[in-house]
Design a binder for this molecule. Structure first.
Ligand SMILES: [Zn+2]
Length: 287
């Protein structure tokens, strides 16, 4: 009997089929790609992926047996090169490795959006510098450094936070009062008067706070390293710890923070990396 079991185990490892693929062979910088793994037999544990020196645990797909996935961010500052994507999985006590490749390509974001704001919002006074770095420390502690393995979304597609015109695209290089300052980290939706802002998917409110640049901002933890946030609000309609469902009204748009006119700034952080939010929606919703 024992022998038979051993033979069966051996046979199953010889004939088990494991398919590993990427959502595409190229990815634009400041965007996301997905790694998929499908096995016809049960794996010993969740597989993992190594990309650019970081390790990512893969998660089971809710609706499929022995299928795993992970969404991996590529930062804005990534060089346009070909990178290894190393996947490892354990089957019948044996660790298997597979190497795939992805090329990071140009995103052709718009150049040089010129913005004029109050002087004190570009060159910060020492008091405001301190305020801004204290804020960042709080957000880092409660949001950016917290990677939850929960999955609050459960494969439900993303919606937009507001149905309105996009007034500024993600990724545009920005010049504030003549000084080059990074890039646009989210997408701006027109919101002339206070309008209802909706959670783009299910999650838990990690923070609802006032920030120097972002004004009143809400951060939602969707699980698995994914956060959305909603900035420049005039009113919060949720509080920290609340569970929100997709489409639920979380606040009203406004004109708070470093801003030239009322709008909603909507952004995504994935494993503490800023990615194109609507690009992420498209990739996630296409599955
Ligand atoms: Zn914005």
């Amino acid at each position: 009997m024992k022998k038979l079991l051993l033979i069966l185990t051996l046979l199953s490892s010889l004939y088990s089929k494991v398919d590993i693929s990427l959502s595409s062979s190229t990815v634009k910088f400041a965007n996301t790609f997905r790694v998929d793994l499908k096995s016809d037999t049960r794996l010993d544990e969740s597989p993992s992926v190594k990309f650019m020196g970081k390790s990512y645990q893969m998660f089971t797909k809710e609706w499929k047996d022995n299928s795993y996935e992970v969404f991996i961010p590529v930062s804005y500052h990534t060089k346009k090169l070909k990178y290894n994507v190393n996947v490892s999985y354990k089957l019948n006590n044996k660790i298997n490795k597979k190497r795939l490749y992805i090329s990071v390509v140009n995103a052709h974001y718009k150049k040089n959006e010129i913005i004029t704001v109050a002087k004190g919002k570009v060159k910060l006074s020492s008091k405001n510098k301190k305020k801004s770095s204290n804020e960042y420390a709080k957000v880092y502690k409660k949001v950016y450094s917290v990677i939850s393995t929960e999955n609050y979304i459960k494969n439900s597609p993303f919606i937009n936070p507001i149905e309105s015109k996009i007034t500024s695209a993600f990724g545009t290089a920005r010049i504030y009062n003549g000084i080059a300052k990074t890039y646009h980290t989210g997408v701006d939706f027109r919101a002339k008067t206070p309008v209802k802002i909706r959670a783009t998917n299910n999650g838990i409110i990690s923070l609802a706070m006032k920030r120097f640049y972002l004004g009143n901002v809400i951060y939602i933890n969707h699980g698995r390293g994914l956060y959305t946030y909603y900035a420049h609000l005039s009113k919060f309609l949720v509080k920290e710890g609340d569970f929100v469902i997709k489409g639920q009204v979380i606040g009203l748009s406004g004109v708070t923070g470093r801003i030239t006119g009322p709008h909603l700034h909507y952004a995504i952080r994935l494993y503490n990396t800023t990615v194109d939010p609507l690009g992420f929606h498209r990739l996630y919703n296409k599955e």
